[in-house]
Design a protein around this ligand. Structure first.
Ligand code: NAD
Length: 437
């Protein structure tokens, strides 16, 4: 099939590369000329495991093209996906101006039937606005499909290739048939396509993110209680997750959720509720508990160096909002580092992929190292924010020897407290008693 993907970010580029891998011809359109020029020269704008190989392979075979010309994409495709950003406005509502502006341009260029499929996360009712905008520009017939994306950064290629489900929000049988054909190669064992109306599809995406965020905030609230009661949240988590009605996924306590999706989507849902007279009490609590988790963690670090903050040097491992990505949008690490900097602490940081994006987000106010152990030299403590695989089994003797104090603040519960204790390191983790020396 001939496909156009507008917006070549974390969702768009993965969508385009995976659809090309299935044999489709895909035109990628982005307004960011530097990004397009880089892609044409084989440079990926993001880090995502497995994506580089797919992009290179399919570009070489001529199945993946990059351009800033939307008209070229519209002319040369049957399905046009929109995967542009939908960030938050100040009041929490989703900014869909990029969606509407692209829709207007598509309307201008339409010369024959197309399917317009929205992958971006958009508030319920956006479908009506998009249809209206396109219809105001053209008489040519088109179908609208709400096709929210559920991939996770870090596992995006795998998620796209083997999705839990595909949501197709259209009641039009012709459009349903074409979308089913497109996604067929990604569900050869059994069909996991769910057809529904566009409004339900739009809300399903928010409901899914809200449920995931709720589980994280729930565990962080239980962690806070564990810390007060002397219980161990890791044991509670095991006991809780083994109930088949509950399941063990997304029950990890930590420094709170971040990224470009959960925080903004919770805010958008709260805003949608307020517009329609529904008090989204759970969503509000989830957001509040999430901020509290970060604040509590940052304060624990501060309390440890109370009175000498301006002489404290922190080594930080992990800057991205989660492992296997370079994305630092709304990362708890960035949030807490801003606090540390406000308290006049110095930061020496290491992240396997997110050093440059974090340095940009923090205006270069931290020292970035190419190796986790180098960041420890002359530091007072090690603070861990991200559960990268390479942090899971470090040489504790080296950590103990390099740190001045030595103390670890572990925002991801990566370690067995006994092992850290045996290395002579003070250990603070989430929802478990601190191991002091
Ligand atoms: P992103 O910021 O990485 O990419 C968006 C891209 O759109 C950028 O390259 C930008 O230059 C381009 N763009 C913006 N306006 C444009 C325009 N008018 N014309 C052409 N290109 C334009 O965003 P993302 O993380 O890929 O997210 C995209 C959407 O998908 C959002 O709605 C997000 O909520 C949703 N989503 C994201 C994820 C994720 O893990 N990142 C997962 C599921 C859904």
């Amino acid at each position: 099939m001939k496909i156009c993907v507008v917006g070549v970010g974390y969702v768009g580029l993965v969508t385009a590369a995976c659809l090309a891998e299935a044999g489709n011809n895909v035109v990628c359109v982005d307004k960011d000329a530097d990004k397009i020029a880089g892609l044409k020269n084989g440079m990926l704008p993001i880090y995502e495991p497995g994506l580089g190989e797919l992009v290179k392979h399919n570009e070489r075979l001529g199945r993946l093209q990059f351009t800033t010309e939307l008209k070229y994409g519209v002319d040369n495709s049957l399905i046009i996906f929109l995967a542009v950003g939908t960030p938050s406005y100040e009041d929490g509502s989703a900014d869909i101006s990029a969606i509407l502006s692209v829709a207007g341009e598509i309307g201008k260029y339409l010369s024959e039937y197309r399917i317009i499929a929205i992958k971006s996360t958009v508030p319920v009712g956006t479908y009506k606005k998009v249809i209206e905008v396109i219809k105001s520009k053209t008489e040519v017939s088109f179908d609208y499909v709400s096709n929210p994306e559920f991939l996770k950064e870090g596992d995006a290629v795998e998620d796209f290739m083997r999705p839990d489900r595909i949501i197709i929000g259209t009641t039009n049988p012709a459009a349903q048939k074409i979308m089913k054909q497109l996604y067929g190669p990604f569900m050869r064992k059994s069909s996991r396509i769910l057809f529904m109306d566009p409004a339900s599809a739009e809300l399903t995406k928010y409901a899914a993110n809200m449920m995931l965020a709720t589980r994280i905030s729930f565990m962080n609230e239980i962690s806070a209680l564990c810390e007060r009661l002397g219980a161990d949240v890791e044991l509670v988590r095991g006991g809780l997750g083994s109930d088949t009605r509950i399941g063990s996924a997304f029950l990890f306590p930590g420094v709170g959720f971040g990224g470009s999706c959960l925080p903004k989507d919770i805010r958008a849902l709260i805003h949608t509720g307020s517009v329609h007279g529904v008090d989204m009490a759970i969503a509000k609590a989830v957001e509040r508990v999430n901020i509290e988790a970060r604040e509590r963690f940052a304060k624990r670090v501060k309390d440890c160096f109370s009175g000498s903050e301006d002489r404290t040097v922190l080594a930080v491992w992990g800057l991205s909002f989660k492992a296997k990505t370079d994305d630092v949008r709304e990362s708890p690490a960035i949030y807490c580092i801003k606090k540390f900097l406000d308290w006049k602490m110095k930061i020496k940081a290491y992240d396997p992929e997110a050093g440059p994006t974090a340095a940009a987000a923090l205006g270069g106010k931290l020292e970035i190292f190419q190796n986790g152990y180098d960041a420890l030299d002359k530091a007072d403590a090690l603070v861990i924010f991200t559960d990268w695989q390479e942090f899971r089994n470090p040489d504790f003797d080296v950590i103990a020897a390099k740190l001045k104090r030595p103390v670890i603040f572990d925002g991801r519960n990566l370690y067995d407290p006994e092992i850290v204790k045996n290395a002579g390191i003070e250990y603070h983790s989430i929802g478990r008693a601190a191991i002091l020396h």
